[in-house]
Design a protein around this ligand. Sequence first.
Ligand code: M6R
Length: 320
Amino acid sequence: ASLVHIVACGTAAHAGFYGQQIIESVAKVACRAELASEFRYRNPVLRSNDLGIVVSQSGETADTLAAVKLMKSAGMKVIAICNVRDSSIPRECDAVMYTNAGIEMGVASTKAFTTQMSLFAVLAAALGVHRKTLSKEQEKEWVDDLLKVPEKIRLILDHSDKVKAIADRYAKKKGFLFLGRGIYYPIALEGALKLKEIAYVHAEGYPSGELKHGPIAMVEPDMVVLAIAPEGDGLLHEKSVSNIEEVKARKGTLFSLVSSSDQHLQEISDTHLVLPSVVTEEVGPLLSVIPLQLFSYYVADALGTEIDQPRNLAKSVTVE
Ligand code: M6R
């Protein structure tokens, strides 16, 4: 394919944004991820040798389904990444990769997101091997890291009390700004979406490098800045840290997700949580989203909102 179009809505789109980054950087395949509600109406240039990948937990999202039909009418092959078997979206696609997350009861997507990202990680590694941009040894490291994700998630869940204590402390703050760069930017978007959905508080996800282009004006002690900044991204990590230092200089309340070796970030943060380490950097986002999901849960709990059935939302959005 000359170009891969990844199209989805909401949390599934955030998985798609992650997928775009790793497929392009690891397998060197040109890739573009976007929101289905925008894609379907913007008259995109689609060629029959482009490939579509749509992501949907329910398989019934109206905008995503319309995007499939649009790509099919351009003669493209479309693959679905889907959780619900035999739903409408896979039926319209040429192939389907099921995420097998099990039934997701809560309106806010959590485990489906993890499995969507896992599938993209597997796909990027497989494509990388196929295109010889990833060696067999590197592929083994990816697989080993992916296989260790469940036990590392358990380690994070063992620290749920700490996340609860932080959430209780910050629940009444005025706003929440989630920052991440590179593969952690989709995680910042997802962290903010979860908080908005179940706790009904104002939250935004931003790429750290954009901070000084606007949102830094909002930073003050009543604004919680959640920085997702584990080490491992080399130069980009250094840049993230300098973005985060700006938050401290403006007296924002800083809660960061860090690596155990990053003493500096731990020291400048008001609160921090140490993330388990990974060998393959691209696997890191699968872990860092978990404390953010827990954080949203505990903030919502502290504020007394309806966590499983948040107001105004439906589990699957079958109308525009
Ligand atoms: O079923 P889908 O994955 O297609 O749904 C897409 C979005 O509606 C969905 O992810 C929504 O954003 C969730 N409520 C997020 O938690």
